[in-house]
Design a protein around this ligand. Structure first.
Ligand code: ADP
Ligand code: MG
Length: 676
């Protein structure tokens, strides 16, 4: 067996299970061992009943107090009992397991491990795992079971077994990282790390394993950026772009003044574009800082110089939105530049016609998705490519572009709020412009963090906003792991809300499993105000701009990382109206409150990132704490800032030069694309 062996050759994986693995993009044994757990089930020391808190899986040991009862009807029998220790009592229930009564009726000391939640009657432990007699728990104490991201039909156990088999049958990998580097950074050996990330004996092992793998991931990222920068920089071109008076006129005629930061960044871009070498510049600016108009200025300048410019968005919804707003802005200002939309979901005929206009130069500004840099997309004279919002971009993509003629200027727009110090390590190899100022007409968003008792009040508030002509987003409670549930969840919620708000208010919903055309249609109707309240999963997160929307309500806010919540909040407060963000949480956990309070007090992405970092201790690695920025598998740029620093040093160190390790990193870097 080797890494390229298909997963169905593993014992116990038949055709059906293989299909499920394919859904998770796991084709080979190599893919499988890099499919890391999203968390661990840790069998901790039991706690006293008086110390039990809601919302967490906990273990308690005690005696069964009173009778074990079975109630409910035939289809839903509920077994309940009361557990008592020296500190108090706790209600415990199981569903559909009436036979437990006989087992448990014998009494004695028992250990239970399960999720505790708050019911009307108080705290209740639901459906716990039973250790009876109590001594059985000792065997499991402190062990960690991996918990994998799943798809419906695939059990955690199946993945666990498959991974174990793979790790046991694969030959060990050669350690490529030079010993001196490995020791000076105190990193674990690679094979140890791989096994340790899946099956850590304890937290200590897990931390070591994770550190090594994150280091690896970051090193590859740093290499990606280096490669991206190096070759772009060397690429000469003779576009001879010059500033155009029409662009200055356009800026003067805008309904608003560019902010100081926008002006400065535009200057930097214009200077780059006039050089004989291709630009590779990253524009970093918080949500709502006005990056789109800057992109448009650059695209216009390219077009007015007789070249083509392309704007690439991560989703079709965003591409359409950009296409429409840019086309109408150009029309309003009477600038005769022809725009074109190109997306994957267009019919073959539509695409052919678009390619035609791109190839003969009829299309001057082309806006679209990844379709823009696919093989079939030919250009007459492409001089500028702008990528917007969390777009994957890498050496492969850039090579694709280079093949389409001379190496175009590249501008990457990113809303990733990263503190300056971190940005220097991360993007040290790129040129960066920062838009660190929001338009002055913005009213700061008003925030509140509330518990679910406030839900009705929130709905009344939404009704009032809608009555004033505004629109609202509601991010639906998240259900982990199941696609099916995600859909059901959103539709159910929307139906419930429609009932609650009445027929007079148009409610609709959006989720990731919809067909593209459907999503487009919903977004279009929301954009034009026909939908007043939009219930959605986090697909709404990136880039959507509907300035008339003034309320963002997030259910289960405690389950999101702060960076993600900040992005979501960025969907409102984009116009002249006062906007509101309601973070609804089902948790009374102090820590959660503290975390959400950071958002409550600040609207500044950079500040939030820094505060979040302070709150998260290094021991805090499980569950949802990841900021989710930049799509690293394990690493988190904030939390692992130290490892990022190490990786960046290591890659340029003399010890690494010419090493097989660096070659491996560069090889992967060349194939991968990064999210900036
Ligand atoms: P983002 O940086 O998140 O991509 P956008 O470019 O979508 O933000 O801009 C958000 C909104 O702010 C848009 O409606 C845009 O027209 C508006 N806008 C951009 N620059 C300014 C400015 N200087 N003053 C006022 N409004 C602006
Ligand atoms: Mg944007």
């Amino acid at each position: 067996m080797n890494k390229l062996t298909p997963v169905h050759e593993l014992k116990g994986i038949g055709e059906k299970t293989e299909k499920l693995f394919l859904k998770l993009d796991i084709h080979t044994v190599g893919d499988l061992i890099q499919y890391y757990p999203r968390g661990y089930d840790v069998y901790e020391e039991p706690v006293l009943i008086s110390e039990v808190v809601e919302g967490k899986v906990q273990t308690v040991t005690g005696a069964i107090f009173g009778r074990v009862q079975v109630s409910g009807n035939r289809s839903m029998q509920v077994t309940s009992l009361c557990l008592k220790d020296i500190s108090g009592t706790l209600k415990v229930v199981w569903f559909r397991m009436p036979f437990l009564r006989n087992t448990l009726a014998r009494g004695g000391v028992i250990t239970l491990r399960g999720l505790v939640s708050r019911k009307k009657s108080g705290l209740v432990m639901e459906h716990p795992e039973i250790f009876y007699p109590s001594a059985k728990y000792e065997e499991k104490l402190h062990t960690m079971q991996p918990v994998y991201p799943l798809t419906s039909g695939l059990s955690n156990n199946t993945v666990m077994k498959a991974v174990r088999q793979a790790l046991d049958s694969l030959p060990l990998e050669r350690e490529l990282l030079p010993e001196t580097l490995r020791l000076s950074y105190q990193l674990a050996e690679y094979n140890y790390a791989l096994r340790g990330i899946h099956f850590p004996e304890d937290k200590e092992v897990y931390f070591h394993a994770r550190n090594r793998l994150v280091f690896e991931e970051f090193s590859q990222f740093v290499c990606s950026l280096r490669l991206l920068k190096e070759e772009t920089d060397r690429a000469r071109n003779d576009f001879h772009i010059t500033p155009k008076p029409q662009v200055d006129a356009f800026i003067r005629e805008l309904p608003y003044q560019l902010t100081g930061a926008q002006k400065r960044v535009w200057d930097e871009i214009l200077t780059d574009m006039q050089k004989d070498f291709s630009m590779s510049r990253l524009v970093q600016g918080d949500v709502g800082s006005g990056k789109t108009v800057i992109a448009l200025l650059a695209l216009m300048t390219a077009a007015l110089n007789g070249f083509q410019g392309a704007l690439m968005a991560p989703t079709e919804v965003l591409a359409k939105q950009h296409y429409e707003s840019i086309t109408s802005m150009l029309e309003e200002h009477h600038i005769p530049i022809r725009t074109e939309l190109l997306t994957g979901s267009m019919t073959a005929k539509e695409k052919r016609e678009a390619y035609q206009r791109m190839g003969d130069g009829t299309a001057q500004i082309i806006i679209g998705t990844h379709a823009l840099i696919q093989k079939k997309a030919g250009y007459k004279n492409l001089a500028l490519v702008v990528t917007d919002e969390q777009h994957r971009f890498g050496v492969k993509q850039r090579e694709m572009l280079a093949q389409k003629g001379q190496m175009p200027h590249i501008l990457v727009m990113s809303a990733t709020p990263i503190p300056r110090t971190l940005a220097i390590i991360l993007y040290g190899d790129l040129d960066i412009s920062v838009i660190d100022e929001l338009p002055s007409d913005r009213l700061p968003i008003k925030n509140c963090v509330v518990d679910t008792n406030y839900r009705k009040t929130a709905y009344r508030f939404i009704e009032k906003q809608v009555a004033e002509g505004r629109q609202c987003y509601i991010i639906c409670p998240m259900v982990e792991e199941s696609e099916h549930l995600e859909v059901e969840n959103v539709t159910d919620y929307a139906a419930m809300l429609q009932e609650e708000l009445g027929e007079g208010i148009a409610v609709d919903f959006l989720h990731g499993k919809m067909k593209q055309a459907q999503k487009d249609e919903i977004m279009e109707r929301f954009g034009s105000g026909k939908i007043q309240v939009l219930v959605s999963t986090t697909v709404i997160e990136v880039g959507i701009n509907v300035p008339n929307a003034t309320v963002m309500m997030v259910e289960n806010a405690e389950r999101f990382g702060l960076a993600q919540l900040h992005q979501l909040r960025g969907r409102v407060g984009r116009g002249k109206y006062q906007s509101y963000c309601i973070f609804m949480t089902g948790s009374h956990d102090e820590e959660t409150k503290k975390r959400l309070d950071i958002l409550n007090k600040s609207n500044d992405g950079f500040k939030i990132a820094a505060e979040d970092l302070k709150l998260r201790g290094p021991g805090d690695l499980f569950g949802i704490r990841q900021s989710g920025l930049m799509n690293f598998k394990l690493g988190d740029v904030f939390q692992d800032a130290r490892l990022l620093q190490m990786a960046s040093e290591a890659v340029s160190s003399p010890e690494a030069a010419d090493s097989e390790w660096l070659k491996k990193m560069e090889k992967h870097a060349g194939n991968a694309s990064v999210i900036l």
